[in-house]
Design a protein around this ligand. Sequence first.
Ligand SMILES: [Zn+2]
Ligand SMILES: [Zn+2]
Length: 92
Amino acid sequence: MSKASEWLREERRKTLGDWVAFCMKCGFVQRYFEQFEDELPGKCPQCGGEFRARCPACGARFSSAFAVHCEACGGELRPREQFGGPIRRAGK
Ligand SMILES: [Zn+2]
Ligand SMILES: [Zn+2]
């Protein structure tokens, strides 16, 4: 890989991505590209909560940081009251 494309890769990684992962606990959002999915943190870098990058029901990725329901299967991705009611602890 050339230096230029390596640089571009770094730049892109810092700024945006096609897909979104978010924290189930505090709502922290991180965008990522498909090829960098392996580098996503297993838990939230901000609070250590469960970091979710895929629908638990069907495995589809999310393209919207504000998705509440899965675009593919309609399953619930996160509680609507993100900052309100009791939220299951990841325990990891
Ligand atoms: Zn968090
Ligand atoms: Zn789904």
